[in-house]
Design a protein around this ligand. Structure first.
Ligand code: ADP
Length: 408
């Protein structure tokens, strides 16, 4: 089979180069034919060849996950080249290249390629231009992909929230029926006089109350997430709001032998906030401190006035625990809906038992409420360690006055 004359291909690929320069390149090329499906470049592997396509076509792909999923960046044909980036960088291939049909190529070995680049600024520039243009196209394609993926995720999220809303509404009716029936039974003297029946009724009532709370949390999260959260600000005395919340968990604290201390600044300013929502947010954070601190631990609730990053005055509420702590990689994600650290199957059940599993909505609700008030919430922890118990500290910062609706 006659060897491929490299010059017509080189002229098409590098139209700016002189015949002499093209001849120099031609002298170090090797013509090759490959069938369809031949891998020329392997992503992540250090290889030694630069390819110019004389005839045929190559698909350039990149891996997008560990399960073999890949994304096609582009197809290149006659006059295009592949494999230059890794050779210039002296590193592994950044993408794979595979022929899609019978293809003829000109190959240049790495050593010759590098020498050609250093000898011919013309060729170096020409390759650089094409490479930069391609990178720009890759960036744009990646941004377009991200945009599409984001739209799909938003749609899926919306569907999930719609489902949760329907499920929560459907569950509400039977729960109300159960609660009503329990009250009727309680009022029955035959039942009231029977201690073992009363015990059964008590545990039924507790279970029903827990179900009711979970359903309410499901509804809260759908409201918070759909931007329908309207706050009704009123002047709120933070000290008594915090005391109310602390009182709500007092029984759990005793059962779990946890100590709770409060440190409120004396000159605490009054804030304007939606009292019910703010109570929900702080309650979720405090409940978590109870859940993720082993028996005998200490929880501290502090509050004081602060100057916010925006320059406005505000207050800061801090809930610190001596619990298992949180690894840095989870510290942002725990505020997303349904996000839980570790396997859900390993959680124990119960609202305030140590590591008691919840639906993974508490902090999403807390963040939604804080954001609706124009504030921010975050956590700091040296890491997660169930033996050393480094603890977690949650910060909630809120302006004294929430922003006006719709930025008005
Ligand atoms: P859940 O219903 O699982 O408690 P949350 O949204 O309230 O959902 O919390 C999300 C996750 O954040 C929890 O599953 C837990 O792993 C972690 N987390 C929250 N608070 C703490 C804390 N005080 N200490 C350690 N981990 C925490």
């Amino acid at each position: 089979m006659p060897d491929l004359d490299p010059l017509p291909t080189l002229r098409a690929t590098f139209p700016d180069l002189s015949e002499e320069e093209l001849a120099t390149i031609g002298a170090v090329t090797r013509g090759r034919r490959y069938p369809a499906g031949q891998m020329l470049c392997h992503e992540g592997v250090c290889e030694e060849t630069f390819y110019i396509i004389a005839e045929g076509e190559c698909a350039i792909t990149q891996r997008i996950d560990d399960k073999g999923g890949e994304r096609e960046l582009r197809r290149v044909g006659k006059g295009s080249f592949v494999g230059e980036i890794a050779l210039i960088q002296n590193g592994p291939r950044s993408a794979s290249a595979c022929t899609t049909r019978a293809t003829r190529v000109l190959e240049i070995d790495k050593a010759d390629f590098v020498q050609l680049l250093s000898r011919s600024p013309h060729m170096a520039l020409s390759i650089m231009r094409v490479t930069l243009e391609r990178m720009r196209e890759n960036d744009q394609a990646a941004v377009d992909d991200l945009r599409r993926t984001n739209q799909t995720l938003q749609l899926l999220d919306r569907n999930k929230l719609d489902f949760i809303q329907v499920a929560a509404h459907e569950l509400r009716t039977p729960i109300t029926v159960m609660k009503g029936s329990l009250s009727v039974l309680r009022a029955d003297t035959a039942v009231g006089g029977n201690p073992s029946l009363v015990r059964i009724l008590d545990s039924l009532a507790k279970g029903t109350e827990r179900l009711h709370e979970i359903v309410n949390t499901m509804l809260d999260v759908t409201r918070i997430d759909s931007d329908r959260l309207r706050i009704a600000p009123v002047p709120v005395p933070v000290r008594s709001l915090l005391n109310d919340i602390v009182n709500r968990v007092k029984r759990d604290l005793n059962e779990r032998d946890l100590t709770l201390t409060t440190e409120y600044a004396a000159d605490l300013p009054l804030i304007h906030a939606d009292q019910t929502l703010l109570q929900k947010a702080v309650y979720q954070v405090l409940l978590n401190a109870v859940k993720y601190t082993p028996d005998g631990g200490v929880i501290t609730v502090r509050t004081h006035g602060v100057m916010l990053d925006s320059g406005e005055p505000g207050i800061e509420i801090i809930v610190a625990d001596t619990g298992i702590g949180l690894a840095p990689e989870h510290q942002r994600l725990i505020f997303e809906k349904f996000y839980q650290v570790g396997s859900v199957a390993l959680h124990s059940s119960g609202k305030t038992t140590f590591k008691g599993g919840g639906p993974g909505l508490g902090l999403a609700i807390a963040r939604g409420v804080v954001r609706a008030h124009g504030g921010r919430i975050w956590v700091e922890s040296p890491g997660c360690d169930e033996q050393a118990l480094p603890g977690s500290t949650f910060f909630l910062q809120l302006p004294l006055h929430p922003p006006a609706p719709n930025g008005a």
